[in-house]
Design a protein around this ligand. Structure first.
Ligand SMILES: [Zn+2]
Length: 268
């Protein structure tokens, strides 16, 4: 099995604050260690179950030089390859070359989710995001990119709200691991990280040995995506060719499929 692991930061066990996941903040080094160790657990699980190729992509925009470079290289588990420094959702080569499944590690719930730890969609400037009128979050965006290449999401880890959103978005069959239960947006009841790592290692091994019957995520076509920003000044950053402005703080793209629409909106 060829596996791709997409790693975000907000849903990593032990993480409850922006201080842990934004570059230059007081606890960023702690956050990086927690992310790295959790990735290592996932890689150990995949290796032990016999995955042939494991490509891990650092997907968290921590800011500046640390965006998509959060994992601490010298601590990483051997036996996988690690992708650093590529803008979010744009590294698709393993998907194109034939990948059997994706794992979303440390993901978070969409903006506005009650008890979603550090919940947001893409940026604090995005109030709501919709695919074909349905309010969705980053799980859907990332799954839509994978799905375009026929790759299903096998496992999603994060807080309880993330696991719930994963099942609502991708179907009940997707496996989830809950590492914390949000108590609001900046507090949570957490597993000890070391315990979370064991649970994740086992869950990854399980989905590699026996992949759940999840279909690749594929919104109906043609596909319309819409972003409502919190305030109007954000609109101008997205007015590329093919993007329509709906009102003073909303933009929309319609294209032949989700991936085409996403690439028009998300020019990176
Ligand atoms: Zn993130």
């Amino acid at each position: 099995m060829q596996l791709m692991i997409w790693v975000d930061a907000e849903g990593i066990s032990g993480v409850t604050s922006w201080e842990q996941v934004l570059a230059g903040r007081s606890r960023y080094d702690e956050g990086r260690r927690l992310i790295t160790q959790e990735v290592n657990a996932a890689v150990r699980g995949a290796k032990s179950a016999g995955a042939d190729k494991i490509v891990v992509v650092d997907c968290h925009g921590a800011g500046g030089e640390h965006s998509f470079r959060n994992l601490i290289p010298e601590l990483l588990e051997p036996g996988a390859e690690y992708v650093f420094g590529v803008p979010w959702t744009t590294y698709t080569l393993p998907l194109e070359q034939g990948c059997d499944g994706a794992i979303f590690l440390g993901f978070h719930a969409k903006s506005g989710t009650p008890n979603g730890v550090l919940s947001h969609t893409v940026s604090e400037s995005w109030l709501n995001f919709y695919i074909n009128g349905e309010p969705l979050g980053e799980i859907a965006i990332c799954a839509g990119v994978c799905g375009h290449f026929g790759v299903p999401v096998l496992l999603v880890t994060g807080d309880a709200a993330t696991c719930e959103e994963a099942k609502m978005t991708l179907g009940e069959e997707v496996k989830t691991v809950c590492v914390k239960e949000g108590i609001g947006r900046f507090s949570a009841r957490c597993l000890a990280p070391q315990e979370a790592w064991s649970v994740i290692e086992r869950a990854v091994a399980e989905v590699v040995r026996q992949p759940p019957k999840v279909s690749p995520f594929s919104p109906s076509e043609p596909t319309t995506i819409r972003v409502e920003f919190t305030t109007p000044e954000h609109v101008r950053n997205y007015l590329h060719e093919g993007v329509c402005q709906v009102d003073e703080r909303t933009v929309e793209v319609t294209a032949e499929n989700f991936y085409a629409a996403w690439r028009i909106l998300w020019r990176r």
